[in-house]
Design a protein around this ligand. Structure first.
Ligand code: AMP
Ligand code: MG
Length: 426
């Protein structure tokens, strides 16, 4: 006889906190060395250190004249031009200037000693000529001091950072042609439902093509994992169990469908029969209320006579995501992503929300936190957001047009035009 399922439906905040707590317990994965461009989008597994000061010399940020600001206390000031310093010029050419002197200097060139500012004037003087400067400059104007961006030996990029364009450029700037990154976790995707057929199949009149495996594969890749797509599981416990066992061989298992209260929603029962524990079996959100998060611990080693485990147990996390396509997408984003990111070695981060004014009023039922597909538009100070008309959590067509979700707190039923609302980008 099967044990009964205890339903644990949490508020969005509690469910999210639960996921973050579990994610914090996940140990970092193995590492590999990859070339610089292949490291884009990967998670750094080392601390990248500056191999020299940045900038390596006091750098002029403009074309102009390198001057001592003390020479410009009396305006106008006439300074004699001692020469020209180009980008890449050897320091020995004009190592310093003295009082009353200026050097013509280019963007990216080293500022000589004795100069603490670069002043721009229209006139281009030749060597030995005198230039007239008619305004004072501040010490440091248009000059970045040596090492101001980073000192040699200081950390430039922290371990656990997802490498973006600037981070890759920074690694290049410090001479790193290869980087150590974390290996990508493997994430099994198991979609369930008697009505679901493969994308290549010709669906019968009441059959539905499997789309969830594809949205999830994209989200998994985007979050730093490698998707492993399993065959579609029927709503039948034995076949379902066999495929779940298969999925639990990956680092993380994502199921879709079969987690509601229906007679053929078997996912939770089968997992429970496999000694899984559940952190929650629902969250007060829409779409995505029936979302399930749990862990299946398994003793891999032989047991002693007393039933004690010799080898530490290995446990695998799983999510049962609701089958409605938009619910699947939203619940991955809210709950599965932080676990996957932790498995990918990424430092934890909180959900980020923007705020925008509502373009058309919203009326919804209260009780659940809503994530409604929406379009954020406008620019500069006048961002506006409008919820897309949709047929509910099965409406992929509406969601594909959305560039964000409007997030509505559970106690708000009516929101007027012009009110500020939270927006989650997608
Ligand atoms: P369920 O969560 O199993 O009750 O499924 C909810 C709705 O999502 C049903 O209309 C299913 O047909 C649909 N659905 C479930 N899995 C998929 C899938 N992999 N691709 C597209 N639609 C699905
Ligand atoms: Mg189903």
């Amino acid at each position: 006889m099967s044990a009964p399922i205890h339903s644990t439906v949490l508020s969005f905040e509690d469910a999210r906190r639960m996921v973050e707590e579990q994610a914090a317990c996940i140990s970092v994965p193995a590492t590999e060395s990859v070339d610089l461009l292949s490291a884009s989008g990967r998670v750094l597994a080392e601390v990248a250190v500056a191999d020299r000061d940045l900038p390596p010399f006091p750098r002029s940020t403009r074309d102009g004249y390198a001057v001592g600001s003390a020479d410009l206390l009396q305006i106008p000031a006439r300074l004699s031009v001692v020469g020209e310093i180009r980008a890449g010029e050897r320091l020995e050419k004009i190592p310093s200037i003295s009082s009353g002197q200026a050097a013509s200097i280019m963007t990216g060139a080293p500022v000589p000693e004795g100069a603490d500012a670069v002043v721009m004037i229209e006139y281009t003087a030749r060597d030995g000529e005198r230039v007239e400067i008619t305004r004072a400059v501040l010490p440091g104007e248009n000059v970045v001091p040596r090492g101001a961006e980073a000192k040699q030996g200081s950390p430039l990029i922290e371990r656990g950072l997802r490498l973006n364009d600037a981070a890759i450029a920074l690694a290049a700037a410090s001479g790193k042609s290869r980087l150590n990154v974390y290996k990508r976790p493997r994430v099994a995707v198991l979609t369930t439902g008697d009505e679901i057929v493969d994308v290549e199949a010709t669906p019968g009149p009441t059959q539905i093509r499997n789309s969830n495996s594809y949205s999830l594969a994209v989200q998994i890749r985007e979050a730093g994992g490698d998707p492993v797509l399993l065959p579609v599981a029927p709503d039948e416990p034995h076949a379902l169990r066999r495929l779940i066992e298969e999925g639990l061989k990956s680092d993380l298992l994502l199921l879709t469908g079969g987690v509601s209260m229906g007679r053929y929603d078997l996912v939770e029962q089968v997992l429970l029969d496999m000694q899984a524990e559940f952190f929650f079996t629902g969250a007060k959100i829409q779409p995505g209320r029936p979302v399930v998060f749990g862990k299946r611990s398994r003793a891999d080693g032989p047991s002693t006579g007393s039933g004690q485990v010799l080898v530490p147990e290995t446990s695998k996390y799983f999510f049962g995501l609701p089958g409605n396509p938009v619910s699947t997408i939203v619940t991955f984003e809210l709950f599965a992503r932080p676990v996957l990111e932790a498995m990918a070695g990424q430092a934890p981060r909180k959900l980020r929300f923007l705020h925008a004014r509502l373009k058309s009023e919203i009326g919804v039922k209260t009780g659940l936190r809503k994530f409604l597909p929406a379009i954020l538009s406008g620019e500069f100070e006048d961002s506006q957001v409008e919820v897309i008309a949709w047929q509910g959590s099965g409406d992929l067509a509406a969601t594909a047009r959305a560039n964000c979700y409007v997030v509505i707190p559970p106690d708000r039923g009516q929101i007027a035009v012009g009110e500020w609302v939270a927006v989650m980008m997608r």
